[in-house]
Write a protein that binds this ligand. Structure first.
Ligand SMILES: [Fe+2]
Length: 357
């Protein structure tokens, strides 16, 4: 009997050692009165190599866990515990407030490499903002297909994910991989949500990874554009319409001005003007850029850790500010104003501007 008990305890210990939380908890789809809390568990380890006795590749076997809550009160701080009382399973977030309630968001992106700087960007966000919404402009990891890269992303972003509702945008480095959809419970790569007086629209500009054939890629883009127009038409009562997509329609990084995703993105400019979009946030180029064209402000915030790009292609009459440094963007929305500040790691305000509804 004693031997059976020892074996049972040993098995339990082995299982507990294997089922390690390597991501989250984090909150996604905090829209309306519902939200999903997710976390990633490592359930094993896989090895590969020419000689299995000397594996060259070791990757965690990951499983995503999720729990959804409905009927939550609007504009309230919700505390959660998804792991039975342990500190690592606890966090909080705010549910979206109704129009008329001020809020703060952070927008940042391109966190895929130079992990020490990614960590500093997250630390700066936690120190210098009171945001309840975090929007990542894409390229979360270098290769979304590579299972081993995701635990590091989640480890670095842990402090932020435990306190804010997270809204991801698909970058080209996610490679359209199912893990992006699975981990963040993304039902569609384009979606929208309301938060206070803002209507946010998230688009997928990574057309290259949508499908193998050019015909299918065009079909996807046409469908998304149709949806975008309907969504913007429906949201005309919101004080501020804010679009976020990875590829920038305007870029001052000269070497990137002809990129495929950018060309598609540029095709949406007439819709942004017609439906009075205030801000378009992008990533993809690893720096800070602010352009204004026909009343729409285009902000590139790709300073989350990936190697910095030069800004040598400023456009006369369009470009307002360009800085090649790590940073994040703080967005404060009230019923009467939307203020943007680009903040460097040392707290320097790189750019600041405010728009009226
Ligand atoms: Fe990118």
């Amino acid at each position: 009997m004693k031997r059976v008990l020892i074996c049972f305890l040993a098995l339990c210990a082995a299982a507990a050692a294997q089922d390690k939380v390597v991501g989250g908890p984090y909150v996604v789809n905090a829209t309306g009165r519902s939200a999903t809390v997710g976390w990633i568990v490592q359930v094993g380890e896989a090895k590969a190599g020419v000689d299995l006795a000397k594996p060259t590749h070791v990757a965690p076997v990951l499983e995503s866990r999720k729990v959804s809550f409905t009927g939550l009160p609007a504009g309230q701080t919700i505390n959660y515990d998804v792991l039975g009382g342990s500190e690592e399973g606890k966090g909080s977030f705010k549910t979206p407030p109704a129009a008329g309630t001020p809020f703060e968001a952070v927008v940042f992106g391109d966190t895929r490499t130079r992990h020490d700087l990614h960590r500093k960007v997250i630390a700066a966000i936690m120190e210098k903002s009171q945001a309840e919404v975090a929007i990542h402009t894409g390229d979360l990891v270098s290769d979304g297909f590579d299972t081993a890269q995701w635990p590091l992303f989640f480890d670095i972003e842990r402090p932020l994910l435990k306190k804010m509702a997270f809204f991801p945008v698909l970058g080209n480095h996610e490679r359209g991989n199912y893990k992006y959809y699975d981990f963040f419970e993304v039902q569609s790569p384009y979606y929208s949500f309301n938060w206070g007086d803002a209507h946010f629209v998230i688009l997928n500009s990574d057309v290259g990874n949508v499908a193998m054939s050019a015909d299918s890629r065009s079909k996807f883009w046409d469908e998304q554009t149709r949806w975008l127009e309907e969504d913007l038409a429906r949201s005309q009562k919101a004080s501020f319409r804010i679009v976020v997509m990875h590829h920038p329609p305007f870029t001052a990084t000269a070497s990137r001005q002809g990129g495929g995703g950018n060309v598609f993105a540029r095709g949406l400019i007439p819709l942004f003007e017609k439906y009075k979009v205030k801000f378009v946030f992008n990533g993809h180029d690893h720096n800070y850029q602010h352009h204004e064209w026909m009343g729409v402000h285009y902000v590139v915030t790709g300073g989350g850790g990936a190697p910095l790009y030069p800004v040598t292609g400023a456009m006369e009459g369009i470009t307002k500010k360009v800085v090649s440094t790590e940073h994040f963007v703080r967005l404060k929305v009230t019923p009467t104003s939307a203020a943007v500040e680009a903040i460097a790691l040392d707290g320097t305000i790189l750019d600041a501007f405010e728009l009226k509804p």
